[in-house]
Write a protein that binds this ligand. Structure first.
Ligand SMILES: Cc1ncc(COP(=O)(O)O)c(C=O)c1O
Length: 371
């Protein structure tokens, strides 16, 4: 069977799974989950098709008939749960329709003062983009040679007009993290001058979350905001729920800009996920196994990559991404967009083992094509 025939047959298996409408969720010891999508394997958006937790699916199913009600009680329960988890009062928590809504609201609030915002480049752009739309100038500090945030250069880029420093850790799209002690010192020092925002959307996927999270600095009263999402390790991207913990004054000024209110099923799914004690560690290990298997293929192909800690890998395609991407698509795999200035690099998300088998084969095929 040649590569194309093989892809077609594996595509048929995936499509068959999709059509069966059997949604198998990830559970602590359960079987590998089945994909629920047909068509090409989507590894372009850093979703987590290994999730959500079986407990979250069950909780959402059980609550489905109650969507006629506003989610008042569940909102309060969720806030209490988050406050306990993060060690801050509920007033310091901002819940949004995905953490993206919180980034938007925070950016809209701080950007209205104009000035500038310091960020790494390339990095996730939602918060700084929101500030830019309000009139702030975005100061983009290049990554270092290992494609990590250059904290010294970022500190040096702060001026008297800087309104905020945005840190994405692990960084999207490179997946790299910064040394925890270095980041902690940076946040403590810099936050005395300007508010710092640490986006930890992918941090639960990384080794040693407890040592790496900056959440404790919010609880300790520093001028730092930390955001988290249920879209990544919790596998609930479509449900749109995330949050940030922020200094009380900042939370108060940002909250009115969060306009929607969280939907009931997202709230109960997120609550059940948090209550599923084994879930995060089990999922972290599955994602790490997916990363390690992908890295093994990259090593075999002699392909460079940035040290990954999220649910994705940033690898050197060696040919322009504008050519590499359609070639991967032709092999049945959607990969990330261009992230200039790294125009011959490519971001691939970690999918299910079945999806990754298709991705590994596509990489071998495409690399051979461009050799
Ligand atoms: C670093 C980072 N932060 C925040 C988000 C927003 O995610 P969501 O709105 O689904 O929580 C994303 C989405 O990909 C992201 O990569």
């Amino acid at each position: 069977m040649d590569r194309r025939q093989w892809f077609k047959s594996s595509g048929a298996v995936l499509a068959g799974l999709a059509c069966s409408s059997q949604i198998t969720a990830a559970s602590a010891d359960g079987p590998a989950p089945a994909t629920v999508r047909s068509g090409p394997v989507r590894l372009s958006l850093n979703e987590n098709p290994l999730g959500p937790s079986a407990a979250a699916i069950q909780a959402m199913q059980e609550k489905a008939a109650e969507v006629c009600r506003y989610a008042l009680t569940d909102s309060r329960t969720f806030l209490t749960m988050l406050a306990e988890k993060e060690g801050v009062p509920p007033e310091q928590i901002l819940v949004g329709s995905g953490s993206g809504e919180v980034l938007e609201a925070y950016g809209a609030s701080l950007g209205s003062a104009g000035g500038d915002v310091v960020t790494a480049w390339p990095s996730y752009r939602q918060l700084v983009g929101a500030m830019e739309r309000q009139g702030s100038t975005v100061v983009e500090v290049p990554l270092n040679a290992r494609k990590e945030l250059d904290l010294d250069a970022m500190a040096a880029a702060i001026t008297p007009t800087t309104q905020c420093v945005y840190i994405c850790n692990p960084n999207n799209p490179t997946g790299t993290t910064v040394a925890p002690e270095k980041l902690r010192n940076f946040v403590i020092e810099v936050s005395q001058r300007v508010p710092v925002f640490v986006d930890e959307a992918y941090l639960e996927c990384a080794d040693d979350f407890a040592n790496q999270t900056m959440g404790g600095l919010v609880a300790a009263g520093h001028n730092v905001t930390v955001s988290r999402t249920f879209s990544k390790i919790y596998g609930m991207a479509g449900q749109r729920i995330g949050y940030a913990i922020a200094p009380a004054g900042l939370a108060k000024s940002v909250r009115p800009l969060i306009t929607g209110g969280t939907n009931l099923l997202a709230l109960v799914g997120a609550q059940a996920s948090l209550a599923d004690a084994a879930y995060v560690e089990t999922m972290r290990l599955k994602i790490k196994a997916g990363r390690d298997a992908l890295i093994a293929v990259l090593d075999e192909l002699g392909c460079a990559y940035a040290e990954p800690q999220g649910n994705f890998v940033f690898l050197r395609s060696s040919v322009p991404i504008a050519e590499f991407r359609p070639a991967m698509r032709a092999e049945g795999v959607l990969v990330g967009r261009a992230f200039p200035p790294y125009d011959d690099w490519c971001r691939i998300s970690i999918g299910t083992p079945e999806e990754m088998t298709v991705a590994h084969a596509a990489l071998r095929e495409v690399k051979a094509k461009f050799a």
